[in-house]
Design a binder for this molecule. Structure first.
Ligand code: HEC
Length: 193
């Protein structure tokens, strides 16, 4: 038994597989850590949004998305020395615009959804080079739920909410969503060297 394991290891090394196996293990761990951070981030965001919607309605809840969401993202990122944020193919905040890698992952999410995959568990991560440095990048799709339609829907958006959004985001593209659509994705960059 042990001998065969050794033989297998020797084979792997000979063919240069061992480093890719190690990298795969590392990617798995980084993916697991990313999922945990996003779970915490999304949970906090949901609680803050629900609370604000209950106490002040969508008009006041805009502040949660406007100020609280980026603040929560930064706090979770800083704790790990990662970049944590949100992005989308149709953005509201121009500061959250996707880069080339994020755009291609978001497009692949749309294809995976069209292929019948569940948006709730859809994610993707890989090692890439960013600005000359090795990093691990990870994204997790964000499904559109009913509450989101108050501010990202079509006709569901109240006139006063629409006016406030237009004032804050004159170039807003994040409208016209339906339940189940991919609203965007959480996005993480982990330094990897
Ligand atoms: C009360 C209004 C409101 C509700 C409800 C709301 N959002 Fe937003 N959303 C915003 C605002 C405002 C921004 C821009 C935040 C910023 O400036 O970074 C935003 C931004 C986003 C972004 C970042 C990408 C972008 O377009 O700038 C995502 C992703 C997002 N919302 C998803 C959701 C999801 C999913 C829900 C439902 C669970 C939801 N939102 C509910 C107002 C809302």
């Amino acid at each position: 038994m042990r001998r065969s394991t050794l033989a297998a290891l020797a084979l792997c090394t000979t063919f240069g597989f061992s480093s890719s196996i190690l990298a795969a293990g590392d990617a798995e761990q980084r993916t697991a850590e990313s999922r945990a951070v996003i779970k915490a981030f999304a949970g906090e965001l949901k609680t803050a949004l629900k609370g604000a919607m209950k106490s002040g309605g969508p008009l006041e809840a805009i502040a949660v998305c406007n100020e609280t969401a980026p603040a929560i993202a930064t706090r979770h990122g800083d704790a790990k020395d990662w970049d944590v944020g949100r992005t989308s193919l149709k953005i509201r905040n121009p500061g959250s615009a996707p880069d080339v890698w994020e755009t291609s992952v978001l497009q692949s999410f749309e294809q995976r959804k069209a292929g019948g995959e569940d948006v709730k568990t859809m994610d993707y991560g890989e090692f890439v080079e960013l600005d000359g440095k090795k990093v691990f990048r990870y994204m997790k799709a964000i499904p559109t739920g009913e509450v989101c339609l108050n501010c990202h829907g079509g006709d569901n958006v109240k006139p006063e909410v629409e006016a406030k959004l237009a004032e804050l985001y004159p170039d807003d593209k994040a409208r016209g969503y339906s339940i189940g659509d991919i609203r965007g994705a959480f996005t993480i960059v982990q330094p990897a060297e």
